[in-house]
Design a protein around this ligand. Structure first.
Ligand code: GDP
Length: 311
């Protein structure tokens, strides 16, 4: 990527997109477009195409998506499949029509089969049944990956996909039910600490394992993939830092400084038992994650406090 090339970050105001924008700016890219969803509604096909034809970006990071935790996926399954199919189809098609040089589509580790052998290799995509709790989201993301491959074959585009592991970091959604586990627990422990509660409720059994990556590490990987990765097969982006939900909850309890105990609500779903990514391909490109989990959680709690106006 040339430093003055026009780069469009779709979803540039979300957690992932804004981390990519920060990284691009830090590396001296001067022409980064990141309109808000009010300025450009990516669910609107005509508006999306118009934007591409007027702006003519050369590189596109497709980080726009409807995302949410296990509860949100179960509650709004229609929106998860519809919004994601619409957004990614509009962007990928407009990128083809307007002659974008290269596009990076953000998939997700949850699109691999539920019972995939661990660590999960890219080849395991579509080799078995999906986890039920996020199937509509996963099917939409799988369609995006296959669409990029099909476009490359038919139209000679350079549209690649990556599969990030579970992400966390600044700019996350802290909604009590709809969010992912890290922001949900940061908020719950923080509020319990302020109220002086003696316990915090955590969902499920605590036994599922998740690999967690700070979004700034993902952003570094995304730039590297945009520069160096040309294969049709998606590329995994993980941190290698896998913990059980129980270990994660304990760590967040310590970071927030909540002195009470944990209580497990087993009526809530556990989801996939484990999804650790095999990142050999990414390592072969020279990538090493830099942010350790405890350090990343501490930074994220600081940014949560700033967002709450408590610092
Ligand atoms: P997933 O990786 O798609 O399952 O995404 P989540 O981040 O929503 O959930 C990860 C794991 O954390 C699941 O096993 C949840 O049951 C567990 N978990 C524990 N407490 C919470 C919570 O308060 N919110 C969410 N979203 N998950 C929680």
């Amino acid at each position: 990527m040339e430093k003055d090339a026009k780069i469009f970050v779709a979803g540039g105001r979300g957690m992932v997109g804004s981390a990519i924008v920060r990284r691009l700016q830090a590396e001296g890219y001067t022409h980064v477009l990141a309109p808000t969803s009010q300025e450009l509604d990516l669910m609107d096909q005509a508006a999306t195409l118009r934007f591409f034809q007027e702006e003519r970006p050369r590189y596109v990071f497709l980080a726009a998506a409807k995302v949410g935790g296990i509860w949100a996926n179960a509650t709004y399954p229609g929106e998860f499949i519809r919004n994601n199919l619409m957004i990614q189809t509009n962007v990928i098609e407009a990128a083809r029509i307007s002659g974008v040089d290269k596009l990076l589509f953000m998939g997700s580790s949850c699109i691999y089969p539920r019972e995939a052998p661990q660590p999960i290799k890219e080849e395991y995509l579509l080799s078995g049944p999906l986890e039920e709790t996020n199937k509509p989201y996963a099917v939409a993301k799988i369609a995006g990956v296959i669409m990029c491959q099909a476009y490359n074959r038919q139209w000679g585009t350079r549209f690649v996909s990556c599969m990030p592991t579970n992400l966390y970091g600044p700019g996350d959604n802290y909604h009590p039910e709809d969010s992912h586990v890290v922001p949900a627990l940061i908020r719950r422990f923080h509020e319990a600490k302020l109220r002086g509660d003696d316990k915090v409720v955590v969902w499920g059994s605590g036994t599922p394992r998740r690999e967690l990556m700070h979004v700034d590490d993902l952003a570094r990987a995304a730039l590297l993939i945009m520069e160096r990765y040309e294969d049709d097969l998606p590329i995994n982006v993980g941190s290698g830092q896998e913990v059980s939900i129980r270990e994660l909850a304990e760590m967040i309890r310590e970071v927030v400084g909540f002195p009470g105990r944990l209580e497990w609500d087993r009526s809530k779903p556990d989801g996939t038992p484990r999804k650790l990514l095999d990142c050999s391909r990414l390592e072969a490109l020279g990538f090493r994650p830099q942010i350790d989990l405890r350090q990343g959680l501490t930074m994220t709690y600081q940014s949560f406090l700033v967002g709450q106006g408590r610092m």
